[in-house]
Design a binder for this molecule. Sequence first.
Ligand code: ADP
Ligand code: MG
Length: 313
Amino acid sequence: MGKRIVIALGGNALGKNLPEQMIAVKKTAKTICDLIQAGHQVIIAHGNGPQVGMIQKAMAELTRVEPEKYIPCPLSVCVAMSQGYIGYDLQNALREEMLDRGISKGVATVLTQVEVDPADPAFAHPTKPIGAFMSKEEAERMVRERDYQVVEDAGRGWRRVVASPRPQAIVEIASIRDMVDAGLVVVACGGGGIPVYTTEGHHLKGAAAVIDKDFASCVLAQQLDADFLVILTAVEKVAVHFGKPDQKWLDRITPEEAEQYIAEGHFAPGSMLPKVEAAVEFARSKPGRTALITLLEKARDGMEGKTGTLIAQ
Ligand code: ADP
Ligand code: MG
């Protein structure tokens, strides 16, 4: 029986620059097509760290070189651009791979806005460094002129930091659901989504923030009533005592066991921690829902229980 699967692609599925991405998406498309060929319905979410960094840097440079012509580009617009660019490459790679296998299915990217709460405590404590390194003088000017929050990054210079609030709701969820129900392969919630909040009336305003793609994928999977949340990354399994002599790979754990490991501090914040937290939330949200964390190329084996770390009741 075909399952409904939300796949969260990590950085290694996309590469770090234009040529890397063009090559990486081909392999990514093969992995995804294996699941489509096995009869599953897939919805694809993805990260955007290097891509949004590149776009933000380019836009900042434009403002620096021609200040009379260009105003600073809001981070929300940079995220939207990154969704478009990544969606473009993923759509084409998937289209090509499906046609090669004789599968006739449409594939479409939805520019996705994700609502955040302006009162989210994350806004008071920005943690996510973005964009280029700056000198102290430059950083101070950005604080004065653009209201940036900045931090010194381990002697390498100064960087802007933005908040990473929790995703509350996916604005385009009804459209995404209709497209999935109609049999399309949908790319959505890229980079965790374009962070927005409601101001007066129906107006949505972009927030200077980035949403963790693992948390956004978890909301997406719940709202689409998916059977699986598959988080594909650069490790085959989740470990306790990661990188230490007593490291132990985890095969199958319950949300309760995962929470115990979280409390013991086994997972690095900003990398493995959000994945395990998202997996726990999804596995708990309804009986029968399963989360899987594994390597990009092991998605299918992982779903068959042959490898990866499964988080399920
Ligand atoms: P992605 O781009 O897929 O989100 P991240 O780098 O954010 O990738 O997170 C995955 C990384 O988390 C792994 O490559 C691994 O180095 C690291 N990691 C941290 N703690 C653990 C752990 N306990 N078990 C496995 N991997 C871990
Ligand atoms: Mg990550």
